[in-house]
Write a protein that binds this ligand. Structure first.
Ligand code: BGC
Length: 494
């Protein structure tokens, strides 16, 4: 059976449930689940289907590297789009002046300004604001969405004062982080290929998103120019590189997922046109679309079939924050239907797509109380019953199985990228300190996921090589990164 899923309400990933719910009863009625015995085979099968032993990880890492090569050959050759970012100069630390950044990629957009002070003063001051995007705009028209964003940006720009100073006569410059697949045509233009992560805005696909923003800024009377259009992974890489020269890869593990890395231009056959001065370019892999060799289950296939983009973003649907809770919900629903996990009736709410969120499964896995109290209370929220201890343990095992598969596959993906880079430049990746800058709420807030990811990297690379690979959390680096890239590509530099 496949359910047709309306675009889920995206929420940023954080632990704990929203406070808007009715208070939970203090004394919960315990349902005797003698049927946990029959749920066991479903769990065992799930664990078998989701298993990621070393050969599976290796296969995924190799396939990722092979898909990267194919995607670099020519467009359309691979699941991986390997999008050229046209970022060929990374921040050096010499950047100076006032720059803005706009970050659009989830339920919120963020605006930021930064005053850069060059080598001695680095980041003199930053200020940011976050605005949540009304649900209806996520499925409205392109104009409505961009007008809303430009108006937020205009209000923010009006508050510029204090340490932020724009030399007279200059136009404000903006780094635009747009976290969706875009076919870039230059550093400051790019055509939206498709929306992901539940966005379904009409009239943007096939258009230059910078032009959409510029027109909206004009309608708002805002004098600002987009100097750099960047994916959030690219912003994260640039932001992290500002402080650490060893950063070569950036990964986002949040609502959605993606990775980018620094590539040699002579390894990009599809790159035509002016050569990069540095001989390098950041490539946005769009690895969310990867699909080879993944250990998928009936639950993944059903979720995909019911999604707004069936057959697409399979890696993203297996490892990212938007989907992990939903996969667990589908497993629990099967256990409720086939093995009466929650008693004689199947809880109605459990049938509702996305009623169990990834922050819920994360919170359940953090529960160290003797009676799994947090698990009990989250399950009560979602099912209306309070299951007994054995059932709670089974639910935690389901969460662990899905988080483990996600974390380990993400680790294998990272190794695939590093492996490809190492194969092209022997010793320059594995033979020295190489940093993977990581951002996203899933990675930040889910400790088990994080450690499964690290385990997979260590298993694949071995204890010696893995010492050189540092996975570093680079929180909210993409905003500053985009502003830095606006500085690097400023029209006043040329
Ligand atoms: C998008 C990427 C983005 C990632 C993380 C994916 O759904 O396709 O462009 O980088 O989410 O935000």
């Amino acid at each position: 059976m496949s359910l047709t899923v309306a675009p889920p309400v995206l929420r940023s990933f954080h632990s704990g449930r929203s406070s808007g719910r009715p208070p939970r009863p203090r004394v919960l009625m315990t349902v005797r689940s003698s049927n946990t015995v029959s749920a066991a085979p479903i769990l065992i099968k799930l664990q078998r289907d989701c298993a990621t032993p070393l050969p599976v990880l290796r296969h995924v890492a190799d396939a990722m590297a092979a898909d990267m090569r194919a995607g670099l050959e020519a467009d359309g050759r691979s699941d991986l789009k390997m999008i050229l970012s046209y970022v060929d100069a990374l921040p050096t630390g010499n950047e100076k002046g006032l720059f803005y950044a706009l970050d659009l990629g989830g339920t919120n957009f963020r605006v930021l300004r930064v005053q850069l002070g060059g080598k001695d003063e680095h980041v003199v001051a930053t200020e940011f604001e976050q605005v949540s995007i009304p649900q209806e705009l996520m499925s409205g028209t392109s104009e409505e969405l961009f007008d809303f964003i430009a108006s937020g940006l205009a209000t923010f720009a009006q508050k510029e004062a204090g340490k932020f100073c724009l030399p007279q006569g200059r136009t404000r410059e903006l780094g635009f982080t747009f976290s969706f697949p875009v076919k870039q045509t230059s550093i400051d233009s790019g055509i939206l290929i498709k929306w992901t992560k539940g966005f379904a805005v009409s009239g943007t696909a096939g258009k230059d998103v910078v032009a959409c923003l510029n027109e909206a800024m004009k309608r708002q009377g805002l004098n600002m120019r987009v100097s750099a259009l960047v994916n959030d992974t690219v912003g994260t890489l640039a932001g992290a590189r500002y402080w650490d020269n060893d950063v070569m890869v950036a990964v986002i593990l949040g609502t959605g997922t993606n990775a980018c890395y620094v590539e040699r231009v002579d390894a990009i056959p599809k790159l035509h046109g002016p050569n990069s001065k540095s001989g390098r370019m950041i490539v946005n892999t769009e690895w969310g679309a990867f699909s080879h060799g993944l250990p998928l289950t009936e639950f993944d296939r059903e979720m995909d079939a019911g999604s707004i983009n069936p057959g697409e973003q399979i890696f993203e649907k297996t490892i990212s924050g938007m989907y992990l809770g939903e996969i667990v919900r589908r497993v629990l629903l099967k256990m409720a239907e086939d093995a009466r996990l929650f008693g004689d009736c199947v809880p109605e709410k459990l049938r509702m797509p996305f009623s169990l969120r990834t922050p819920d499964i994360c919170a359940m896995q953090q529960d160290s109380s003797k009676d799994f109290e947090v698990v009990g209370s989250i399950l009560h929220d979602v099912t209306g019953v309070s299951p007994d201890l054995i059932t709670r343990k089974i639910v935690v095992d389901v969460c662990d199985t899905i988080a483990k598969r996600g974390g380990r596959l993400a680790g294998a993906g990272i190794v695939g990228i590093l492996q490809k880079m190492e194969d092209d430049s022997k010793g320059l990746v594995f033979g020295k300190r190489t940093v993977v800058a990581m951002d996203g709420g899933l990675y930040e807030h889910y400790p088990q996921y994080r450690s499964y990811l690290q385990d997979a990297v260590t298993e694949l690379l071995g204890p010696e090589t893995s010492k050189n690979i540092v996975i570093e959390h680079s929180k909210d680096g993409s905003g500053i990164g985009a502003a830095l890239l606006a500085a690097t590509n400023s029209m006043y530099q040329h």
